[in-house]
Design a protein around this ligand. Structure first.
Ligand code: TEU
Length: 541
C-alpha cells in the first residue's frame, strides 16, 4: 500500500505506446514491448507510468478517439497483456496511470453509432446536438484540428458538436446517464489495479456551445466533484487533469488539498510563451527568460500549500524541449538538456518525463510526406490554401509539430534504433546512432545518468517537496536562480539559460553550501557560468 499523497514524492514517466517499443515487428509499439522495458524504467527511478490511450480506437487521433473504453486495441495487445503490465509494473513499485479521454469518444463508438440513428434513441443525448435551421451551422465555432466544430448528420437532421476532429464527437456531460457510464468505466479500471488517471482536456467537458464556451463551463467543478466521489475518492490514486485553460485560481480548485477534485493539473501557461500572443501555436515568437520566470514564480508561489503543481516541459503534443529552449547542436545538446531538467527538478510539484526526454532526444525535421499527425496535416492543408508560404509552414511544423515528440524511442544504434524489427509507423530520428539508451546507460556523463541522479536527489531531501520557492534573480535575462527554503535545508539552483560563456551570477553562494549536482564534470566557478551550466547547492541551516 502506498502512503497518502505518495505522488508528491513521485516522478512520473509518460509512455506514448505507439512509439515506445515494438515486440512483434509490425512497426507499432505495444504492451509487451513496454513490459520488456520495465527494468529500464525501474533503474531510472520512476514511480508511475502515464500510459497514453491503449483502448480500442480507429486511431484517427492516435487513440484519443476511443471506440471501447474497457477493451485494448489489438494493435497494442489484449486484456491479458494489460493485466500483466499492471502486475509486473507493481512488482517494481511502478503504478500505471491510464489516459481517460472523457470529453469525446470516437465516431465509431457504439454509443455514437446509435446516437446517429434517431433523435429518440437512448444514446442520442449522450452527444451534443443542435437543430438544422435552413442548412446553417449552429454557430461559427471552430474545431481545434481545423474546420467548423459542427458536423451534419442527415439521419437526424441535426449537427453534432466536436471540439477536435470530426471523428471525435463531444460527449454530453449534462446527461447524468452518460456520466454514470463514464464512472463505471473508471471503476472497471480501478478494480484492475491501476494507480491513477490522466484526464484528457477535462476542463472542456462542461461545454456550453450556445454561449461559445468550451473550457470552464458553469457546471464543471460540480461534475468533477461528482466524478471524484463516485470513482477514485479515498483510494489513494494519483489524478491529473489536462487543463489548457487553468489559471492559478482555477488550479487551486482542481488540485484542492481537500482531495475533492484531482491531485494536480497540467497547466500550459509556460508552454504558450513562445508564440505570438492571441495567435496559434504555429506563429512562433522567441522565449524571454524573464517571462518564463514570471510564470513559473507565479505557479510556484501561489499554489504553495493550496494546491499542487505538475512539472513538465514535454509531452506527446509538444516539441522536444532540448530543441525548443535548449540547444540541440552536438556541442550543447547534453549540457542544455541537463540544464533544463535542473530548472524543473528543483521546483515544487510532481515531475513528468516524456519518453526520450531522459535521453535528450531532439525534434525530427520530418518532411511533410513523413508526417502522420492529424493536427499537422490539417494545418498544412489549411495554411497552404490560405496562401501561406510553404517554407514558413514547414518552419512552424519543424518547430511545433506533434510528430516531433512521437518519433520512435531510441533504444540502441541498430537499425530503427532497436524500436522495431519491421517498418516503423513513423520515421526514426536519424540521430539514434549517437543518441540512444544503450550508450547512455554506460556513459556516466549522459543525460540519462543525470536524470537518474536528479531523481535520487529528489527522494533524498524533503526540501524538494516542502521548501518555499524564491526567485533570486527575477530580472536577469540569462541566469535562472532560485532557492527552496526548507526546515532543515536550503536548496539553491543556478542555471545559465544561454550558450554564452563566463556569464556572471549576481548572487553569492555561502562557502559552506555543498554542490550536489552539476552538468559539467569539473568543479567550475560559482560566480561565472559556462554555456548552459547548471548547479544545485544544498545547505544545512
Ligand atoms: O490535447 C488537448 C489539446 O487541446 C491539444 O489538441 C493541443 O491543443 C494541441 O495538441 C497542441 O498542439 C489532448 C491530447 O493530449 C491530444 O493528444 C489530443 O489530440 C487531444 O486532447 C484530443 O483528444
Amino acid at each position: 500500500m502506498r502512503k497518502t499523497d505518495w505522488w508528491k514524492d513521485a516522478v512520473i514517466y509518460q509512455i506514448y505506446p505507439k512509439s515506445f517499443c515494438d515486440s512483434d515487428g509490425d512497426g507499432i509499439g505495444d504492451i509487451k514491448g513496454i513490459i520488456s522495458k520495465l527494468d529500464y524504467l525501474e533503474k531510472l527511478g520512476i514511480d508511475a507510468i502515464w500510459l497514453c490511450p491503449i483502448f480500442k480506437s480507429p486511431q484517427a487521433d492516435n487513440g484519443y478517439d476511443i471506440s471501447d473504453y474497457t477493451d485494448i486495441d489489438p494493435m497494442f495487445g489484449d486484456m491479458a497483456d494489460m493485466e500483466k503490465l499492471i502486475k509486473e509494473a507493481k512488482e517494481r513499485n511502478i503504478g500505471i496511470i491510464l489516459d481517460m479521454v472523457l470529453n469525446h469518444s470516437s465516431d465509431e463508438h457504439p454509443w455514437f453509432k446509435e446516437a446517429k440513428k434517431s433523435r429518440d434513441n437512448k444514446f442520442h443525448d449522450y452527444y451534443v446536438w443542435r437543430d438544422n435551421k435552413d442548412g446553417q451551422l449552429p454557430n461559427d465555432m471552430r474545431a481545434t484540428f481545423g474546420g467548423p466544430a459542427w458536423t451534419y448528420v442527415p439521419e437526424v437532421d441535426r449537427f453534432y458538436f466536436h471540439q477536435f476532429a470530426i471523428a471525435q464527437p463531444d460527449l454530453n456531460w449534462d446527461n447524468p446517464e452518460l456520466r454514470e457510464e463514464l464512472y463505471r468505466i473508471m471503476n472497471f479500471w480501478i478494480e484492475k489495479g491501476v494507480c491513477g488517471f490522466r484526464f484528457d482536456v477535462i476542463d472542456q467537458v462542461a461545454k456550453e456551445p450556445d454561449n461559445k464556451v468550451t473550457a470552464n463551463g458553469a457546471n464543471l467543478h460540480d461534475y468533477l466533484r461528482e466524478m471524484n466521489l463516485k470513482t477514485f475518492h479515498g483510494k489513494n490514486l494519483v489524478t491529473v487533469g489536462e487543463t489548457w485553460s487553468a489559471t492559478t485560481d482555477t488550479a487551486k480548485l482542481f488540485s484542492n488539498p481537500d482531495g475533492s477534485e484531482f491531485s494536480m493539473v497540467f497547466q500550459f501557461e509556460h508552454i504558450l510563451l513562445d508564440q505570438i500572443p492571441g495567435k496559434e501555436k504555429w506563429d512562433l515568437a522567441p522565449l524571454k527568460l524573464t517571462e518564463l520566470k514570471k510564470v513559473m514564480n507565479k505557479w510556484q508561489t501561489e499554489l504553495y500549500g493550496k494546491g499542487w503543481n505538475s512539472l513538465f516541459w514535454n509531452n506527446h503534443d509538444l516539441p522536444r524541449i532540448v530543441s525548443r529552449w535548449g540547444n540541440d547542436s552536438d556541442e550543447f545538446r547534453e549540457v542544455s538538456a541537463k540544464m533544463l531538467a535542473t530548472i524543473l527538478y528543483g521546483m515544487q510539484g510532481t515531475p513528468y518525463i516524456y519518453q526520450g526526454e531522459e535521453l535528450g532526444m531532439t525534434n525530427a525535421d520530418l518532411d511533410i510526406k513523413d508526417c502522420k499527425d492529424i493536427e499537422t496535416l490539417n494545418m498544412y492543408a489549411e495554411r497552404l490554401e490560405k496562401g501561406y508560404d510553404v517554407e514558413d509552414v514547414m518552419t512552424s511544423i519543424h518547430a511545433r509539430g506533434r510528430d516531433n515528440a512521437r518519433t520512435p524511442m531510441q533504444w540502441n544504434d541498430t537499425e530503427n534504433s532497436g524500436f522495431t524489427t519491421g517498418e516503423p509507423w513513423l520515421k526514426v530520428n536519424d540521430n539514434y546512432k549517437h543518441i540512444n539508451a544503450l550508450d547512455e546507460d554506460v556513459d556516466q556523463n549522459s543525460v540519462l545518468n543525470y536524470y537518474r541522479a536528479l531523481i535520487k536527489l529528489r527522494k533524498k531531501y524533503d526540501v524538494f517537496k516542502d521548501g518555499r520557492y524564491v526567485d533570486l534573480l527575477p530580472t536577469d535575462e540569462r541566469v535562472y536562480a532560485y532557492e527552496r527554503k526548507g526546515e532543515k535545508y536550503t536548496l539553491t539552483v543556478v542555471c545559465n539559460f544561454t550558450k554564452e560563456n563566463d556569464v556572471p551570477v549576481n548572487i553569492s553562494i555561502p562557502d559552506k553550501d555543498k554542490l550536489i549536482i552539476s552538468n559539467y564534470c569539473d568543479a567550475g566557478d560559482d560566480k561565472l557560468l559556462r554555456p548552459f551550466e547548471s548547479r544545485m547547492y544544498m545547505s544545512i541551516m
